[in-house]
Write a protein that binds this ligand. Structure first.
Ligand code: DC
Length: 247
């Protein structure tokens, strides 16, 4: 089967679904839950766009660092530098990337300096307002469906999303996943330091005043501690089909 009628996956029940996603899938949750992997895979299989909003916060953080600012700089200076950043997200799930003034900064935004500073930058209300507006513009531009991943997609960015999923996993499992990811990408990976960083970012992301990390009231919570990527993917396919989002 090829062309438009692509095979999108075999559901647990054993039947084959073919089709294209319509509407917005909001994928929220802390880091290390496998959000990016399953979001990209879902978008790829259902011919949808994919937006990584964490990459947008990371890219404006990089812009702040390049402007000589730090996580401790005054919020007004952080928001000035962040708002001046010329961002472009490529929403192809097969090759997603983010451009800063035309430069591909996908690798640099995953490095330690950005990871350390991003929670502080993303806690600045003016930064959030500006990025939420851009995220909504990408959602409006998506011709068919779009899978959007982040922390506040179901609660703030796209409260009308037809499907909202909140992925969770224990701190230990998330730190181990992040470690494997870092090692694979050639970044140094110390288990204790990664766990401490996961805990630090969780604390900052869930206690900030503006849009703290939490599951939207109508989000479906999936604990992925005991779930493989395949199992989460299968569950997501079942959910989008259930909500009539595939044609
Ligand atoms: O998903 P990630 O680890 O790349 O996200 C980087 C940071 O951006 C994370 O610490 C929280 C923040 N973030 C956010 O505040 N809101 C979003 N929608 C996405 C990410």
């Amino acid at each position: 089967m090829g062309g438009l009628a692509r095979v999108c996956g075999i559901l647990r029940e054993g039947w084959v679904m073919a089709g294209v996603l319509h509407g917005v899938v909001a994928m929220d949750g802390p880091s290390g839950t496998g959000k990016s992997t399953v979001s990209r895979r879902l978008a790829r299989e259902l011919g949808a766009a994919y937006l990584d909003t964490g990459a947008m916060y990371r890219a404006v953080t990089l812009a702040c660092l390049r402007a000589g600012l730090t996580a401790e700089s005054p919020a007004a200076e952080i928001s000035r530098a962040a708002l001046a950043a010329e961002l472009h997200s490529v929403t192809d799930p097969s090759a997603p990337k983010i451009l800063l003034a035309g430069e591909d900064v996908e690798a640099e935004i995953r490095g330690e300096a950005v990871t350390r500073a991003v929670s502080a930058v993303s806690a600045v209300p003016e930064v959030r307002d500006a990025l939420v507006a851009r995220q909504r513009a990408y959602i409006d531009q998506a011709r068919a469906g779009i899978v959007v991943e982040g922390r506040d997609i179901g609660s703030v960015v796209a409260p009308d999303a037809k499907l909202k999923v909140y992925l969770t996993a224990s701190e230990e499992v998330r730190a181990a996943r992040r470690n494997r990811q870092d090692a694979k990408a050639g970044r140094s990976a110390d288990a204790a330091a990664t766990l401490a960083d996961v805990q630090r970012r969780d604390r900052l992301d869930s206690t900030r005043k503006t849009s703290p990390l939490h599951a939207a009231a109508d989000a479906l919570v999936l604990d992925t501690d005991e779930m493989s990527v395949d199992a989460v993917h299968t569950e997501l396919l079942r959910l989008v089909a259930d909500r009539g989002m595939v044609s």
